[in-house]
Design a protein around this ligand. Structure first.
Ligand code: ADP
Ligand code: MG
Length: 356
């Protein structure tokens, strides 16, 4: 079933990274366990994401890239129960107006695949039967070609943009359980064709295994695990006067932290922002304030460095709002101040017991 929900409009695809983010999230929403990402010339010529997800049903071809068409929620109430990355039905439409989009897909009910091309309004131009396994391949050629100024800017920054994309792909590869993600770049510079495998993971059940897979066993030696705390029901003696324990229990019940943070020296003192990954309910997100606070706490113990951080904050769905920005990278946390309190106490304790 498809729903047309107008949630609020805005720009979804503002960069190479946001295009790649939307495509990966669509594959994950389609329950893919294998996602292959191929770039040509760092994404300036081609971004292609192939998955083994459930594919697109023929009845949905016509509305696939129509704006506000999503198969993921029925009404606004579903937003509160949301378990998919996508829900706005804007990304494919946006990609389609900014580039040349080709979709090759096969739903499990279909005998073969279909290759679809679209015009800039998202109407199907061509529909050709094609062989393929169940799953979907999204090919995005010449991103921003319909906006020459933006295209020019993109081309002049493409390598920097590309390094952001690698960080983004890593952030999914670290958090996704039992999904294989791989990424390759093909360059045709100076009449030379070269192909570089940037990343390839094997499916694992834990974040720890994902970290080892991506960064090696040595890397994990620098990290300590942040484990979710259990509410302490046994011990009700040492309450301090101002209700400290009660507060702590409240915080523990509201927020669960899981992940890894570096503790010992881990190389030079350069900014480790390229090795910091923050998630809310397993959704990669931006939150400069939280990152700044974590860095401050860490640096009060270890002034020379910034931490390597892979932190997933689990919060009740009704206590956050994902629909703040079109790209959903900003997540509004209703009780962010309480979360900050909790982060401070938890990290201080962690560093006190593990330092030295
Ligand atoms: P949203 O993810 O918010 O629903 P999108 O514009 O990203 O909106 O995608 C539109 C629709 O296209 C999705 O709701 C989904 O039904 C379908 N779709 C997109 N990518 C895939 C994919 N890789 N596999 C299966 N279906 C997909
Ligand atoms: Mg989507």
């Amino acid at each position: 079933a498809r729903t047309r929900v107008r949630i609020c409009s805005g720009q979804v695809i503002i960069s190479l990274a946001s295009a790649v983010k939307e495509l990966i999230e669509n594959s994950l929403d389609a329950d893919a366990t294998k996602i292959q990402i191929t770039f040509e010339n760092h994404g300036s010529d081609l971004i292609e994401v192939t998955d083994n997800g459930q594919g697109v049903e023929e009845t949905n071809f016509g509305v696939l890239v129509q704006r506000y068409h999503t198969s993921k929620i029925q009404d606004l109430d579903d937003l509160l129960r949301l378990s998919t990355y996508g829900f706005r039905g804007e990304a494919l439409n946006s990609i389609c107006t900014l580039s040349q989009l080709t979709v090759l897909t096969r739903h499990k009910s279909a005998a073969c695949g279909t290759k679809l091309t679209f015009d800039k309004d998202g109407k199907i131009l061509q529909k050709i039967p094609c062989a393929r396994e169940v799953g979907t391949t999204m090919s995005v050629r010449s991103l921003f070609s319909t906006y020459p100024v933006r295209r020019k800017e993109f081309l002049s920054n493409v390598k920097r943009e590309y390094s952001k994309v690698l960080h983004l792909i890593q952030s999914y590869a670290l958090i996704c359980k039992n999904v294989q993600i791989s990424c390759t770049n093909k360059s045709t510079e100076h009449n030379n064709t070269s192909s570089t495998i940037q990343l390839t993971t094997t499916p694992h059940a834990t974040i720890k295994e994902n970290i080892i897979d991506l960064h090696g066993t040595k890397f994990i030696d620098h990290l300590i695990e942040i484990k979710p705390e259990q509410q302490d029901t046994s011990n009700n003696d040492v309450d301090d006067e101002d209700g400290g324990k009660e507060n702590q229990d409240e915080l523990i019940s509201k927020f669960k932290l899981e992940g890894f943070i570096s503790i010992a020296q881990h190389g030079n003192g350069r900014s480790a922002s390229d090795r910091q990954y923050l998630y809310i309910n397993s959704r990669p997100c931006d939150n400069a304030r939280l990152i700044k606070i974590i860095n401050e706490i860490y640096r009060s113990f270890n002034p020379q460095q910034y931490p390597i951080l892979i932190l997933n904050i689990l919060i009740d769905k009704s206590s956050i709002d994902i629909n703040v920005t079109p790209d959903k990278r900003k997540i509004f946390i209703h009780e962010e101040d309480k979360l900050v309190l909790y982060l401070r106490s938890k990290l201080n304790k962690l560093f006190e017991t593990n330092n030295g």
